[in-house]
Design a protein. Structure first.
Lengths: 263, 381
């Protein structure tokens, strides 16, 4: 039997055991997301398609799977969705600029030995844009997670204190965000490091000097990814708080207007 | 003008400690930026700064698979910034493609590592080859943007997050040094590092209290159990379906390094789940000391259900996205889809699935350890 199939079965069984129906949905969402990722890879292969636009669309679809399918369509998830899209759009521009400047696109020396022999590298697709797409895609899961973790308790606070001011609501969103900031950056940090263990050991094995490591393409790409992921996680906190505070206060205004009209 | 007044006003209201702290950060920022822009002397490899570029030639190219691209040849004049040849002018040629998989155009101001070509005549101009790009300043600038965003949004927690990240990087680098220098088993080293990572990160962010202790125990149990399950699954299936080709450049046992990466990779996510659960259960207990174990279990599982899906998705994207350029390279070279996916994604998918198992199993583990600590607290009362 295939290891991946066995692991997938174990994951599926444990998700259903703990989460019931929601667990099953979480498991299926992994497959849906994988499909979205593959489809975007296929579209990116077309030299005339713009990988940045594709990524923006893919991120929209992925965040709607994560928010609307696993949870459900309600005020909290809609606000989280809107804030995610805003953050991703801002972040994409920043990341594209950084990848272009730092020239971290494409493949590193370590990978070149094997692939340049067999493969043609002149493929006509824009690898700078693809590199930006990679960075944003690796963060999208965390960004949606932070968004929903902020909007849901904010709504709760609003329900308990309906007369709360917009500023107080915004501040409470920030406070919630601060608490999850550290653990979320940690999650991504360890995931990236875990994925690049082999490379780090390789650097140490060849006794690369500090200067060589810091300037090498793959290492700087990795560090920049970690930092950009952190920036994304930090950025969504004020954005989600602001959008949510604005929305909730607007809703309240409308409701009180309705009441006045009814009287 | 107004902005200056606002800043001044804010400055006046800050405590002395704050002012000292921000001044230190600001000084660090300025010195490090100044350093990366002027650190040529610290490099042994010669560095050239581009002062002029000329596009000499461009040719259209079509490979055997019909992929169209364009190759440009660029003549570059640079100034050597360090070493014996400092101050001399160097002539370089750069070939780059439109797609830029392994090349890029250079422009005025770029800094490049170069190697000299042997020149018989001393007085003639230098020529050489470009070996790499000097990227350190970009990494440092992005690192500062990261730190500032974290401080701006997270204040104190942002500071702690940055510190714990820095400590973790140092710890990992030290652990890998030990592994490379001695013959200690990598999994033992990783085991010890994982314990240190967990204790430091959780204590730093959440402080010394029962909530943190419960989370630490749950994290360690969760990661060790998920590692064990993955290891057993690999043994049972005799690793059918795992392709280690992408780790081929290593001269060390692939499997061990893969397992070590898996171990550390899921740690952050498992920690996150553990602390969310213990915080929530302790919060419930603190609000109502008489809450029944059954009620705690029920709400704990509810919280677990909510975080399970998003957490597994975080890991999934963090692992899989990095393979996108490779997938495109393989597929554009007309490799078969199944082959491409198994060569490039098997390890990543295994990591993501194993991490997911760790996350899900940490939910009951975290819940029961928290309940254990709460019961102990109750007995004391």
């Amino acid at each position: 039997m295939n290891v991946l199939v066995l692991l997938a079965i174990i994951l599926f069984v444990s998700m259903i055991w703990i989460g019931g129906k929601k667990g099953a949905r979480s498991f299926i969402s992994l497959f849906l997301n994988f499909a979205v990722l593959l489809v975007s890879v296929f579209i990116m292969m077309d030299p005339h398609a713009n990988p940045i636009i594709i990524t923006l669309i893919a991120c929209t679809v992925i965040s709607s799977i994560n928010l609307f399918y696993i949870n459900e369509v309600n005020n909290k998830t809609i606000i989280a969705f809107v804030s995610t899209v805003i953050t991703v759009a801002i972040l994409l521009l920043f990341i594209y600029f950084v990848t272009k400047k730092a020239m971290i696109q494409g493949f590193g020396e370590e990978e070149m030995d094997e692939i340049s022999v067999i493969f043609s590298l002149y493929l006509g697709v824009d690898f700078v844009k693809i590199a930006a797409a990679v960075i944003i895609m690796s963060t999208i899961g965390a960004v949606t997670d932070v968004a929903i973790s902020i909007t849901s308790p904010m709504q709760e606070i609003f329900n308990q204190h309906p007369s709360i001011s917009k500023k107080e609501l915004f501040t409470s969103g920030l406070t919630i965000g601060k608490d999850i900031l550290g653990s979320n950056t940690n999650t991504l940090f360890f995931a990236f490091i875990g994925g690049y263990m082999a490379l780090l050991i390789w650097y140490k094995d060849l006794s690369y000097s500090f200067g060589e490591i810091v300037n090498s393409k793959i290492f700087s790409a990795e560090m920049i990814t970690i930092f950009c992921a952190g920036i994304g996680i930090a950025l969504i906190i004020p954005i989600a708080s602001l959008v949510n505070a604005h929305y909730l206060i607007k809703i309240r205004g409308k409701q009180s207007d309705d009441k006045i009209i009814q009287r | 003008m107004f902005g200056v007044i606002v800043i001044f006003y804010k400055f006046k209201n800050m405590s002395l400690n704050h002012i000292i702290f921000y001044t230190i950060i600001f000084i660090c920022f300025i010195t490090s930026i100044y350093f990366v822009y002027h650190n040529y002397a610290f490099y042994e490899r010669p560095i050239a700064k581009v002062i002029q570029t000329n596009l000499e030639d461009s040719t259209d190219l079509k490979d055997i698979h019909g992929n169209e691209d364009r190759i440009f040849t660029q003549h570059i004049i640079g100034e050597i910034k360090n070493g014996e040849e400092k101050g001399r002018i160097i002539h370089l040629t750069n070939e780059y493609s439109l797609s830029g998989a392994y090349d890029q155009p250079y422009e005025k101001g770029n800094e490049l590592f170069v190697s000299f070509e042997k020149n018989p005549n001393e007085s003639s101009t230098l020529t050489g080859n470009i070996t790499d790009v000097k990227r350190d300043k970009y990494t440092v600038i992005v690192a500062w943007i990261f730190i500032f965003t974290l401080l701006l949004v997270g204040k104190k927690q942002g500071l702690f997050a940055s510190i714990s990240l820095a400590v973790n990087i140092l710890l990992l680098s030290y652990a890998l040094d030990i592994y490379v220098r001695t013959d200690m088993n990598l999994l033992w080293i990783c085991g010890i590092t994982v314990v240190l990572f967990t204790v430091i990160s959780l204590l730093l962010v959440n402080g010394f209290n029962e909530k943190t202790y419960a989370a630490i125990i749950a994290t360690l149990l969760g990661t060790f159990i998920s590692l064990l399950i993955t290891y057993l699954a690999m043994r049972i299936t005799s690793e059918n379906g795992l392709y280690y080709e992408e780790m081929q450049y290593l001269t060390r046992p692939y499997r061990l390094i893969f397992l070590a990466g898996l171990f550390i990779g899921s740690l952050g996510a498992v920690m996150d789940v553990a602390i969310s659960l213990s915080s929530a259960t302790f919060e419930l207990y603190n609000k109502n000391n008489d809450i029944s174990v059954k009620a705690l279990k029920e709400s704990g599982i509810e919280i677990g259900k909510d975080i399970m899906g998003t957490m597994t998705n975080i890991l999934f994207f963090a692992y899989i996205s990095g393979s996108i350029p490779m997938l495109i390279l393989y597929l554009k070279n007309y490799s078969l889809l199944g082959f491409t996916l198994s060569i490039n994604l098997s390890l990543e998918l295994a990591r993501a699935l194993a991490g997911g198992i760790g996350i899900v199993l940490t939910i009951p583990i975290g819940l029961y350890t928290s309940i254990f600590f709460i019961n102990r607290k109750r007995e004391k009362l």
